[in-house]
Design a protein around this ligand. Structure first.
Ligand SMILES: Nc1ncnc2c1ncn2[C@@H]1O[C@H](COP(=O)(O)OP(=O)(O)O)[C@@H](O)[C@H]1O
Ligand SMILES: [Mg+2]
Length: 282
């Protein structure tokens, strides 16, 4: 219904979708063991300002794809092209947020973010750096904690600092690897709302991994469903993007309104069905 790939189509036999976007992933493959690539022929594109989530079971290769997009890992096959240039190494053009917040423990919130801002704009004067840092800390509601160290913050607050830091360098694209995975449901909900507000406000392009179906439905314009590699009677089939689901819900949706919207349950069931019965071909 929402797919641009017929349900049930094998990721290895389907035709690659046309790639035209701001970020283009072309026939990406990764093999640690040559005969058994984790995934193969992964192609998709993101337009500027688009929010795309990828969902799939553990081990299908989501983090590997994100690391290749970040320039932190290399693919065995294929290309990643951002804004007309091949990605070949990490860059301040891409902000990354991992599940663990990766803050420097001896720095305060202000210093952690200022460090990133100074690497991005080395010519900036102290006052300009400070004003910029304060703006992004305010955006995630942490102005009151700006001079605290990570050890004085809760898990949710630390994750917010990670998000503020990623946004503060105004990257061309944001890459998020299950950034809320370790948070309790209440905190997670609040930060999802905040992230959505900031993304809408800044028109940021985002690629995010999640295993939470509702999180994907809330945040994503499109949801990539990824299958695991599997042994079949015909031999080993690598993992890949099995289907691209376009989110039909209005973009102004909120977490509390989500399940009242027409189409929500059909969309949710479709994704859950994929995870339960199609993500791993046995
Ligand atoms: N350095 C490595 N050497 C060998 N296999 C690896 C390595 N890193 C990841 N893998 C394997 O690649 C697969 C995909 O991993 P990953 O991208 O982390 O999956 P996901 O994020 O979807 O859970 C997994 O089966 C994992 O065991
Ligand atoms: Mg992962």
């Amino acid at each position: 219904m929402w797919s641009d790939v017929a349900p049930g189509t094998s990721p290895t036999t389907r035709k690659a979708p046309p790639v035209t976007g701001f970020l283009r992933i072309e026939q990406l493959g990764k093999a640690y063991v040559p005969a058994r690539p984790v995934f193969a022929d992964v192609s998709f594109a993101l337009d500027k300002g688009e929010f795309v989530c990828i969902i799939g079971h553990s081990g299908c290769g989501k983090t590997t794809i994100l690391n290749v997009l970040a320039g932190l890992d290399t693919a065995t096959a294929g290309h990643v092209i951002m804004d007309g240039r091949e990605v070949a190494g990490p860059s301040l053009d891409r902000g990354v947020v991992f599940q663990g917040h990766a803050l420097m423990p001896w720095f305060t919130v202000r210093q952690n973010i200022a460090f990133a801002v100074k690497s991005r704009w080395p010519e900036w004067k102290r006052a300009q750096v400070n004003a910029h840092v304060e703006k992004f800390v305010a955006l995630v509601g942490l102005s009151h904690a700006i001079d605290k160290k990570p050890s004085e913050l809760s898990g949710g607050m630390k994750q917010r600092v990670g998000i503020a830091r990623a946004f503060s360098i105004q990257p061309k694209m944001l890459l998020l690897d299950e950034p809320f995975g370790a948070l309790d449901a209440l905190t997670r909900g609040t930060i999802q709302d905040e992230l959505m507000a900031i993304v809408r406000q800044t028109q940021q392009t985002v690629f995010m991994i999640t295993h939470d179906v509702d999180e994907a439905i809330l945040l994503a314009d499109r949801i990539l469903l990824m299958s695991n590699g599997s042994d079949t009677p015909q031999g080993y089939v690598p993992g890949g993007i099995a289907e691209v689901v376009v989110n039909p819900l209005p973009r102004e949706r909120t977490r509390t309104s989500l399940h009242h919207l027409d189409g929500y349950y059909a969309l949710r069931n479709h994704i859950v069905d994929f995870l339960v019965s199609r993500a791993k071909a046995h």
